[in-house]
Write a protein that binds this ligand. Structure first.
Ligand code: NAP
Length: 421
């Protein structure tokens, strides 16, 4: 998905604008005179931008633009995923890193925020080439990483396999390496429940909303059928919800009575796509599915000013499984129509919560059961959701604005305690 953003409509500009507006609502200038609180939250601590060169299998070389943004360590070590995608660019990584800072603060995880990315189409590399690229990437930023410095994790097109390579490469330079990366395979110190965490958290928040708003038997559509989309679909289906439409980069399928998610997962594993799944009809555009709830779990701004009107009039709720899937312009239009948006920094926080538990288990050398991990995660997610909903009601704010207020208030207080020197 290579989307050209309208001027002032790219994810980075949207996040910065939200931070500025939140600073005004929280009256930072009045409460912390001269402290430049908005700038101190918005401007990243350190931006690492470099190229990685690797030998290709055919004897040539591959040259790749790479990034690691260390956005803020006010509340703890930098923390955030590593995205592998041809659309990765500096502003996108900065936006994603900033969302991590806001997310960890909001859900009470003692981490700061960061993000990495490589501008690459991993489907165009052999496994050996991809491993070489990940190792080279780690080698070039090894001095900036560390269990108490900066801790990468999975993101689009990276999962346990890539995290294992990050761990193994970093281990060449440091003994105390287990907690340097999360989302690892279990055999290398990964946590039970990490793979499912983000999707399960998305499902939990969806269920909580439906319960609180007496939404019965809603039709749900899910854009993106990777880590987040698959586990969200699986959990929602286990909870008894009707997932009627699912898409991936190759197409979209719909079945109004509800897709059989177990069979769709097996089909996707076998064929690598959802298109042509039996017992479903093809649909050109998932936004046109007759859904009550839409859960975007793919890339940024998949819902934007140009396509937001394609969403059907039944739509009541968007749960942001992905980061920044709704542009500000689309958001204003949806708010005007009375659609509720559960923002990314709340809805998809399950992943970073369980990453934190993985890091804790690595430090303790004591490993927890899946029930314990996911039980703790559920508790944190529900507590954060309830805090945001209550604050929004009390202050008469939309959920994203409420989430930014709670998150930035905590960061600002921490900055203030730490002083200005
Ligand atoms: P992933 O496993 O790589 O899955 C991405 C999915 O998006 C794939 O199914 C991909 O299709 C699909 N996709 C790409 N372009 C699309 C398009 N134009 N239309 C429909 N689907 C499209 O990535 P992920 O880890 O699930 O991450 C998804 C989102 O969640 C990202 O925004 C990420 O930042 C966010 N997130 C992830 C985590 C986590 O723990 N993984 C945590 C928090 C937030 P194919 O299957 O055809 O490639």
């Amino acid at each position: 998905m290579h989307r050209k953003h309208r001027k002032n409509e790219d994810p980075f500009t949207c996040v910065m604008e939200m931070i500025r507006r939140t600073g005004e609502i929280l009256e930072f200038d009045k409460r912390f005179p001269g402290a430049k609180m908005v700038e101190r939250i918005a401007i990243s601590d350190k931006i690492i931008r470099f190229k990685s060169i690797i030998p290709r299998d055919d004897g040539g070389v591959g040259v790749f633009q790479c990034y690691r943004v260390q956005q803020s360590d006010t509340l703890g070590p930098y923390k955030g995923g590593t995205r592998l995608h041809p659309s990765v660019n500096m502003d996108e990584v900065k936006a994603l890193a900033t969302l991590m800072t806001l997310k960890t603060s909001l859900v009470d995880v003692p981490f700061g925020g960061g993000k990495g990315g490589i501008c690459v189409d991993p489907k165009g590399l052999s496994v050996m080439e991809l491993e070489r690229l990940i190792r080279r990437y780690v080698n070039q930023i090894k001095d900036d990483l560390g269990p108490d410095e900066d801790i990468p994790a999975p993101d689009v097109n990276s999962g346990p396999r890539e995290m294992a390579w990050i761990y193994d490469e970093y281990r060449n330079y440091s003994e105390s390496a287990r907690g340097v990366v999360t989302g690892k395979p279990l055999e290398l110190g990964g946590s039970l429940g990490r793979l499912q965490a983000t999707g399960y958290g998305v499902a939990l928040i969806t269920e909580r909303f439906c319960y609180g708003n007496k939404l019965v038997n809603p039709a749900i559509s899910i854009e993106g059928f990777g880590n987040v989309g698959q586990f969200a679909a699986m959990k929602l289906s286990e909870m008894g919800f009707r997932v009627i439409a699912v898409s991936d980069s190759g197409g979209c399928v719909v079945n109004q009575t509800g897709l059989n998610i177990t069979r769709l997962l097996a089909y996707k594993r076998e064929k690598g796509q959802v298109a042509d799944f039996p017992d479903a009809k093809p649909l050109g555009n998932i936004l046109e599915a007759p859904m009550d709830i839409h859960i975007p779990c793919a890339l940024g701004h998949s819902i934007n000013g140009e396509n937001v009107d394609q969403l059907g009039s039944n739509l009541k709720l968007i749960v942001e499984g992905a980061n920044s899937p709704v542009s500000s312009q689309a958001e204003k239009i949806l708010e005007g129509k009375g659609v509720t948006l559960v923002p990314d920094i709340l809805a998809n926080a399950g992943g970073v919560i369980v990453s934190y538990y993985e890091w804790v288990q690595n430090r303790e050398g004591l490993y927890w059961s899946e029930d314990e991990v996911l039980g703790r995660m559920n508790g944190k997610m529900i507590a954060a959701y309830d805090r945001v909903v209550n604050y929004a009601e009390e202050k008469k704010l939309f959920l994203r604005q409420a989430a930014y207020c709670l998150s930035m208030e905590k960061i600002a207080r921490a900055i203030n305690y730490r002083g200005s020197q």
